[in-house]
Design a binder for this molecule. Structure first.
Ligand code: GRF
Length: 212
């Protein structure tokens, strides 16, 4: 008798458009990744990502960081909200918050982020403009495990795009976004299948260390 593995329980955190969330939903609905999206949590009300979740019957929660008096108290409430859903994996998809070390420690090895640069290049904001200003010929996007260091956890997968002569940051961002929508669902699917793990501070895919 073949055993069917239960879908991995996933909670997605967003702050905005949620196009990466949509890409993950689409792959889940297509049956290519074995996950259940238990909830989408936003720190901003009224954002498009919440509407995307509603359209697909996914529970949503809003936790407005402005209603908390410290980063610690927000992160504590966020952690409690997330853990109501007992997720296997927490997916940061355009979640625009700096996280406390307590929070990142709690989800170590089970929280992903997507960052629009070829990490370790260009941690932080304005990555596309910084790549253009540096005269880079190549730019891209990285999915990585989240650690206490901002955009600093071990890389899982990257995709590269060319930087074209005369590119604006918007044009480059759009080119990168197409790749984001491919590699983020892929990485989430790997996790669901037990193919990606964080061991001793390194990402392993199919047991092999990721070396970029
Ligand atoms: C993406 O560029 C992602 O790499 C970055 O924030 C943006 C989120 O876009 N972390 P969306 O909300 O998924 O459309």
């Amino acid at each position: 008798m073949t055993q069917v593995k239960a879908p991995a329980r996933v909670v997605v955190l967003i702050s905005g458009s949620g196009s990466n969330l949509q890409a993950i939903i689409d792959q889940q609905e297509a049956g290519t990744i074995n996950i259940e999206i238990c909830a989408v949590i936003s720190n901003k009300d009224g954002v498009k990502g919440l509407a995307r979740a509603h359209n697909h019957g996914i529970s949503t929660r809003i936790l407005n960081h402005k209603q908390f008096d410290s980063r610690e108290s927000f992160d504590k409430a966020l952690r409690e909200t997330i853990d109501e859903y007992t997720p296997d994996l927490v997916v940061l998809a355009g979640f625009m918050r700096i996280l406390t070390p307590e929070f990142t420690k709690h989800y170590l090895g089970r929280m992903f982020n997507i960052h629009p640069s070829l990490l370790p290049k260009y941690q932080g904001l304005h990555t596309h403009q910084r790549a253009i200003d540096a005269g880079d010929k190549e730019h891209g996007v990285t999915v990585h495990f989240v650690t206490a260091e901002l955009d600093g956890g071990p890389n899982i997968i990257q995709a590269r795009v060319p930087v074209m002569e005369g590119d604006t940051a918007e044009e480059l961002a759009a080119r990168v976004l197409v790749q984001e929508h491919k590699i983020y669902p892929q990485a989430v699917g790997w996790f669901a299948d037990g193919r990606v793990k964080m061991v001793d501070g390194k990402a392993l895919v199919d047991g092999n260390p990721v070396t970029f």
